[in-house]
Design a protein around this ligand. Structure first.
Ligand SMILES: Cc1cc2nc3c(=O)[nH]c(=O)nc-3n(C[C@H](O)[C@H](O)[C@H](O)COP(=O)(O)O)c2cc1C
Ligand SMILES: [Mn+2]
Length: 465
């Protein structure tokens, strides 16, 4: 499997010519992010010479839908189906011994100073400082012993101290339970894991499902884990770096602002604080950073959301064909859905199902199945030619929305649905898309001769002009 570990995947990217090596000396503040962003969606960036550090930085290991499909060993149209199957049937991981876990090659449990140890970048202009953006945040439910995995932005607030944004989902719930009992919540942060595990961390699951077990299901073999040194948590054995620590109870300190996925800043406020108790890492570790709002960030959130959205819509409209959360809509706010409409009105029901799936979804477009919803020019064409606001628009006001959408009123806003399906009883010619017979079969290489010019008899002599 090319995506077995972080390193096998990097080797694969290199073999395929999809890894840009940057050996010029680059600064940690902005420069790493600027170059990675220039390459975003095209190549991964591997920085061998970051000012002040011996440790290299990589970014953009999966920045297209095709990259994720390849990591999952499927094609891009089957990603959602494969992901949905794994979410429905997680599989156990395998606990290995320390000797078999490369992440244990180095163990540091005293005098921890994260900024001295690792090249942790500053990404955007108004960010409050250096941020770890690509760490899998692993905690354990003390009652069921099930682990939970998510990603949280982590501000470096001191040598061994992090500030975190923990929105009210699973990690938050487990932390609140611990805090209410006056206890800290142990955590481990795994940086530099394989792309399948990275994507699995973003699965929308009911509380109590271990996202690492979703990775095992996606991989088709158990993900290897190893027990931490100072906390009761199991982490991927092939991670580049693991930070062990605890979220402190009843402590809040300033965190942010921080440039977020919608390409705006999340505000500064008092947030949870993590104290690091140990660091383990591979020999010659590689530091992985995700540039916020880049394709990697957007797709990591978008693909699992599409899987959940597809399920929601299928409950209402079983003939749903495909769903797409487009990057222009931050892979969160815009949902484009194609259906095979069998009953009049189904598109409206699909709009309602999509809006009910997630409060992040703001605008929904429903098209007929033959529209390629991954091609946004096609989607715009469907809106332009198959939509009339008086009959096809669904509008809902004052619904819960994303707080990170600056146009919302602190998380309250409007929702809008576009029914771009063709009325079932329309005249066959009315919506018949023009076609040139033979177009799709014709191969230009059979026709175009790159070595020929226009016969000179058809051209003016240039010296006369
Ligand atoms: C790069 C990246 C950064 C993220 N940063 C945060 C964050 O700072 N805070 C947060 O609550 N969620 C963040 N998320 C989203 C959560 O990781 C995601 O919703 C996760 O599925 C939540 O898991 P849970 O429901 O098990 O808690 C981020 C996601 C990605 C891909
Ligand atoms: Mn979870």
């Amino acid at each position: 499997m090319k995506s077995k570990t972080f390193r096998t995947w990097i080797r694969h990217l290199q073999d395929e010519g999809r890894l840009a090596i940057i050996d010029k000396n680059v600064g940690l503040k902005y420069e790493v992010a600027a170059i990675a962003k220039k390459l975003d969606g095209n190549k991964a960036a591997f920085f061998t010479n970051v000012e002040g550090y011996d440790i290299p930085v990589i970014s953009g290991i999966c920045s297209t839908r095709e990259d994720f499909a390849e990591a999952l060993e499927t094609d891009q149209y089957s990603v959602i189906e494969k992901f949905t199957r794994a979410v429905a049937a997680p599989e156990a991981c395998l606990l290995v011994s320390k000797e078999n876990a490369p992440v244990k090659e180095n163990i540091i449990s005293a005098n921890i100073d994260l900024m001295k140890m690792f090249p942790i970048p500053v990404h955007h202009e108004k960010d409050s400082g250096n941020y770890i953006t690509a760490g899998l945040f692993i905690v354990r439910d003390p009652v069921t012993r099930k682990q939970n995995v998510s990603i949280h932005r982590l501000q470096i607030s001191g040598g061994d101290k992090l500030g975190a944004l923990i929105l009210p989902r699973h990690t938050f719930h487990l932390y609140k339970q611990a805090e209410e009992a006056g206890r800290s919540l142990e955590c481990a942060i795994a940086i530099g894991v394989d792309p399948v595990t990275l994507l699995a961390s973003q699965a929308s699951t009911p509380f109590g499902v271990d996202e690492l077990e979703i990775s095992s299901a996606l991989r088709g073999e158990p993900l290897e884990l190893v027990r931490c040194e100072t906390v009761d948590i199991d982490v991927p054995a092939y991670a580049e770096i693991v930070l062990e620590g605890k979220i402190l109870p009843h402590v809040r300190e300033p965190e942010g602002p921080f440039g977020e996925f919608p390409k705006y800043y999340g505000p500064r406020s008092d947030k949870e604080v993590i104290k690091i108790t140990a660091v383990t890492h591979r020999n010659n570790p590689i530091f992985y950073t995700i540039v916020p709002a880049g394709y990697e960030h957007l797709l990591l959130g978008g693909i699992p959301r599409e899987a959940s959205l597809f399920q929601s819509i299928r409950q209402t409209v079983p003939s749903v064909k495909a769903v797409h959360m487009s990057p222009g809509g931050t892979c969160r706010y815009h949902a484009i859905v194609s259906i095979k409409k069998r009953n009049e009105g189904e598109a409206k029901n699909a709009i309602l199902a999509a809006l009910a799936n997630s409060f992040d979804i703001k605008h929904v477009v429903i098209t007929d199945e033959e529209v390629d919803i991954f091609n946004m020019e096609e989607v715009e064409w469907a809106i332009a030619t198959r939509f009339q606001a008086d009959r096809d628009l669904v509008l809902i006001h004052d619904a819960q929305s994303s707080k990170l959408d600056p146009s919302s009123r602190d998380g309250v806003g409007s929702k809008m649905g576009f029914d771009c399906t063709v009325p079932l009883n329309s005249e066959p010619m009315q919506y018949l898309r023009v076609q040139i017979p033979g177009y799709s079969e014709c191969n230009l290489d059979d026709y175009v001769n790159p070595n020929k010019s226009v016969p000179s008899v058809h051209l003016e002599k240039s010296k006369d002009l």
